[in-house]
Design a protein around this ligand. Structure first.
Ligand code: GLU
Length: 467
């Protein structure tokens, strides 16, 4: 059996997007489940659209998520050629010339104006998906030679007539398209660069890719690519097209939609836990047989059965992502968090802080913010007090109880319990005023610990101000 090899082939025209990360992740899981290799290579022939750091952002953010390729532009295996398309132009041209020699491709001399005319003519006949009509055959020899000399031509593949291009899609099932519905398409543009549909086939072939997983928007490209495999008589990989990711309203996620943060970089900057995003992304179009959701990478790899890839769109639910991040933060070792927050590891206060706050925080940023409350405690202003009218009797009762107990977590808890009995208040009516008066926050983790962390002096000073 051939070794499974999958790939993720981003264009460095932008940073790593949720959709791209999901494609990369599923390709990675698919390969790893079968002890295969996962490859990242870069489709950078659309020079005008490339952005600076695009490649770096893709690779770095994948690594941050824990998706480490076996081969990539920075970790290539020379056996498979180059991992950036811009470095393979010679290879593409060699193959294009071969196809021209074999009359499986031809130079097409149409100018863009002529192509526009063809398109309009077809539209007037009700044909809206353009099919090239070999107009160049009608151009005079003299004109052809002139355009040839100045390089004003593109190269088109010569499709066989009435040929069915079909494949058994890993996700969707059988798909079939007739060559007559495609039309001879451009494999090399007049600027000398190969088109995506041509170069991608050469790369997949050169790298011995066995399975191509990518977004559904590429379904219409697959028959074109099958024609290239056919022209070279190359073995085709298997294809799987992943269904779209939508926002909560069911609309396809668009990079222009500012209501959802869509770049992995954003989540990294927000201090999300990468393992949580890895886990969350896994469920955007896949479920494990036992319906378990919270899983470490090893477990997911073990369970990643491609037959369970979803045929319907998946919703990007930020609330769910936050839930995952919370669960992972809770499980993160305290020392690791302390290092992340750049605070001393061997320190009792730091340990209690982390242990207390990681129970309810979503991101590292939340923890940093909470730490700030303690490191730079806010002064209570008159304005703050008048904006937060509290039950003074309750605060007084709590203060007295605090004075009668030792200032420890247990002593604070006793004071809360005693206040509960003497005031007959419970739940929110009891906890919220005490929390607000002592921590100046309305919400937070375990009350006694949150108070204790401020230290006796600050807590008592604050209570006195309320009184
Ligand atoms: N560069 C293409 C994209 O980003 C890759 C498509 C493919 O995987 O074949 O969508």
């Amino acid at each position: 059996m051939k070794k499974v090899r999958t790939r993720y082939a981003p264009s460095p025209t932008g940073y790593l997007h949720i959709g791209g990360a999901r494609t990369a992740l599923f390709s990675y899981l698919f390969a790893k489940h079968q002890n295969g290799d996962f490859i990242v290579r870069i489709e950078d022939t659309d020079v005008a659209r490339n952005v600076e750091n695009g490649e770096e952002s893709q690779l770095k953010n994948l690594a941050w998520l824990g998706i480490i390729p076996d081969e990539s532009p920075i970790n290539p295996n020379s056996k498979y050629g180059k991992y950036r398309q811009s470095e393979k132009l010679e290879r593409y041209n060699e193959l294009i010339n071969y196809l021209i020699d074999k009359e499986l491709a031809y130079k097409a001399y149409d100018t863009s104006e002529e192509l526009e005319l063809q398109r309009k003519e077809q539209e007037s006949k009700g044909i809206f998906s353009f099919r090239y009509d070999k107009n160049w055959l009608k151009i005079s020899e003299e004109e052809k030679n002139k355009r040839d000399a100045s390089g004003e031509y593109s190269v088109r593949i010569s499709l066989k007539k009435n040929k069915e291009y079909s494949w058994e899609d890993i996700v969707i099932g059988k798909i079939s398209v007739n060559s007559d519905d495609i039309g001879d398409w451009v494999i090399r543009k007049s600027d000398g660069f190969p088109t995506y549909n041509f170069a991608v086939v050469v790369d997949d072939h050169d790298m011995e890719i066995t399975h191509v997983l990518r977004g559904e928007e590429h379904i219409t490209n697959t028959p074109k690519q099958l024609a290239v495999y056919d022209a070279f008589n190359w073995e085709t990989p298997e294809f799987g097209h992943l269904t779209i990711i939508t926002n909560m309203e069911g609309k396809k996620l668009s990079k222009r939609d500012n209501s959802v943060k869509q770049f992995i970089e954003d989540y990294k900057n927000e201090g999300y836990i990468p393992e949580a995003i890895f886990n969350f992304l896994t469920l955007l179009g896949w479920t494990s047989e036992d319906a378990k959701e919270l899983m470490e990478p090893e477990e997911i790899i073990k369970k990643f059965d491609y037959k369970r890839l979803s045929k319907s769109p998946s919703k990007f639910d930020i609330k769910k992502m936050e839930w995952f991040s919370k669960q992972y933060l809770k499980q993160t070792p305290n020392d690791f968090i302390k290092e992340k927050l750049s605070i001393e590891v061997n320190n009792e206060w730091n340990d209690l802080f982390v242990e207390t706050y990681k129970q309810s925080a979503t991101t590292f940023k939340d923890l940093k913010k909470a730490l700030e409350f303690y490191k730079n405690p806010k002064e209570i202003t008159k304005e703050f007090i008048s904006n937060h009218p509290l039950n003074v009797l309750l605060i007084k009762e709590f203060y007295t109880n605090l004075e009668n107990n030792i200032f420890s977590i247990e002593g604070i808890q006793n004071s809360i319990d005693q206040t509960k009995i003497s005031t007959n208040l419970t739940g929110k009516n009891l906890f919220m005023p005490i929390r607000l008066a002592t921590t100046l926050e309305e919400h937070g983790p375990e009350l006694a610990k949150s108070i204790y962390l401020f230290g006796e002096k600050i807590v008592k000073e604050r209570l006195k101000k309320w009184l």
